[in-house]
Design a protein around this ligand. Structure first.
Ligand code: GTP
Ligand code: MG
Ligand code: ZN
Length: 318
C-alpha cells in the first residue's frame, strides 16, 4: 500500500479524536514526534502534505491516533516567533529549531573555533531576535588564546560562559541559571560537547556522546537529529547535530548589513549612499576598522558574507 493511501487512512482513523495543541520534539525524515502541551501524550505523526517544513520546538495542532501504535496527524503549524534556519549546498534551506528563547553557541578549544561560522550564526540571531549565549566547553583544555576572542565578543555585547561538561563544575551551574526558562538550542561543530552538556544539565537525558574510533578516526554516537528535552517545568533544551558550516544564502543583503550589531549604527554614514564598504573613500566602516572600533576579523567575515549576498542577488536577477 502506498504511503499516501496509508497516510490518508490514518487521517481518517485519527479524525474522531479531538485536535490538540502540541510541540514537536523531534523530526525524522517524513514524520515527527509530537507531544501534547501538558506532556501527557506523545506520538509519532505524519505531517499533512501542504504544510511547510517543521522543526523541533514548533507548536502544532495535531490529531492523535486512537491506537498508540498508529500515527497521529499534524494538521497545522502555529506561526513561529523565530527559527534557526541555514542554507545547505545539498538540500537548500534547513530549519534546525523554532520558537527559541535562547541560542547557546557551543564551541571548544580544540579544534580551534571557526569565528566566521560563529559570526554567521550571530547574524541570524540578530535578524531573528534570538538572545545568544556563547559557551566555551572543555575549559579543562582551554588556553589563554581563547580569552582574546571571548573578550572581543563580550565587548560587543555577547555574553559567554566557560564549562566543563564532564565535570559538574561552576560553569554548569551558571549555565543552569542562564537557561532557567524557555526553549534553548544547543548548536555548534561536532564533538564540542553539546550532548555532554545536555547530560550534565539533565542526567535523565542520557544522550550518547561521541567516542572517536581509533580505527576510522570518525566519531560514533554523534547526534543525528535535533531533539527537545524538558529540563524542568519551565525550561527545555534542544540538542542538535554538529554543523560544519552555516550558510546564509536565504538572507538578503539588507539583513546581512543588520546582522553586525557594532556595524549597524554606522550604516548611512558613508560618503557615498551606495557604498559597498570595500575600498571606497569616506567609508565610515573602513574608518572604524582603522581606528580599532570595529575588529578587523569581524569586518573580514562581514565583507565575506556581504560579497556572497551581492553575488547571490545578482545571480537571482540574471
Ligand atoms: N576534556 C573534555 N572532554 C569533553 C568535555 N565535554 C565533552 N567532552 C568529550 O567530547 C566528546 C564529544 O562530546 P559530545 O557531547 O558527543 O559532542 P557533541 O557536540 O554532542 O557532538 P555531535 O553530536 O557530533 O555534534 C566526548 O568524548 C566527550 O566525553 C569537557 O568539558 N572536557
Ligand atoms: Mg551530540
Ligand atoms: Zn562604506
Amino acid at each position: 500500500m502506498s504511503t499516501r493511501i496509508l497516510q490518508h487512512q490514518n487521517d481518517l482513523a485519527a479524525n474522531s479524536a479531538p485536535p490538540l495543541s502540541g510541540r514537536v520534539i523531534a523530526h525524522f525524515g517524513r514524520s515527527v514526534l509530537v507531544e501534547s502541551l501538558d506532556h501527557s501524550l506523545s506520538q509519532t505523526c505524519h505531517v499533512r502534505a501542504q504544510l511547510e517544513a517543521i522543526a523541533a520546538g514548533d507548536q502544532v495542532i495535531w490529531t492523535p491516533a486512537r491506537h498508540e501504535q498508529d500515527f497521529g496527524v499534524v494538521t497545522e503549524v502555529v506561526p513561529r516567533f523565530n527559527c534557526v534556519e541555514r542554507s545547505t549546498p545539498q538540500s537548500g534551506q534547513k530549519i534546525i529549531a523554532s520558537n527559541l528563547n535562547q541560542w547557546c553557541m557551543v564551541l571548544a578549544p580544540v579544534p580551534p573555533p571557526s569565528l566566521s561560522m560563529l559570526d554567521a550564526c550571530l547574524v541570524l540571531a540578530e535578524i531573528q531576535k534570538i538572545p545568544v549565549l556563547i559557551v566555551l566547553n572543555k575549559r579543562d583544555q582551554a588556553g589563554p588564546e581563547n580569552d582574546i576572542w571571548l573578550q572581543r565578543y563580550s565587548s560587543i555585547g555577547y555574553e559567554h560562559v566557560l564549562t566543563q561538561a564532564t565535570l559538574g563544575s561552576e560553569g554548569i551551574r551558571q549555565l543552569q541559571d542562564l537557561l532557567a526558562e524557555g526553549q534553548c538550542l544547543l548548536s555548534g561543530p561536532s564533538g564540542v560537547g553539546k550532548s555532554s552538556l545536555l547530560n550534565a544539565l539533565h542526567p535523565d537525558a542520557r544522550q550518547l556522546t561521541q567516542i572517536l574510533s581509533l580505527r576510522s578516526g570518525l566519531g560514533q554516537h554523534t547526534t543525528t537529529t535535533a531533539r527537545l528535552f524538558h529540563i524542568n517545568t519551565k525550561s527545555s533544551i534542544i540538542d542538535s547535530p554538529g554543523i560544519r558550516s552555516f550558510g546564509l544564502d536565504h538572507l538578503s543583503t539588507d539583513e546581512i548589513l543588520r546582522g553586525y550589531r557594532e556595524i549597524t549604527p554606522l550604516l548611512g554614514q558613508c560618503r557615498f549612499r551606495n557604498c559597498r564598504h570595500h575600498a571606497e573613500p569616506g567609508c565610515a566602516l573602513l574608518e572604524s576598522v582603522h581606528s580599532g572600533t570595529i575588529h578587523q576579523e569581524r569586518f573580514q567575515s562581514f565583507q565575506t558574507l556581504l560579497k556572497q549576498s551581492y553575488s547571490h542577488a545578482s545571480y537571482q536577477k540574471s
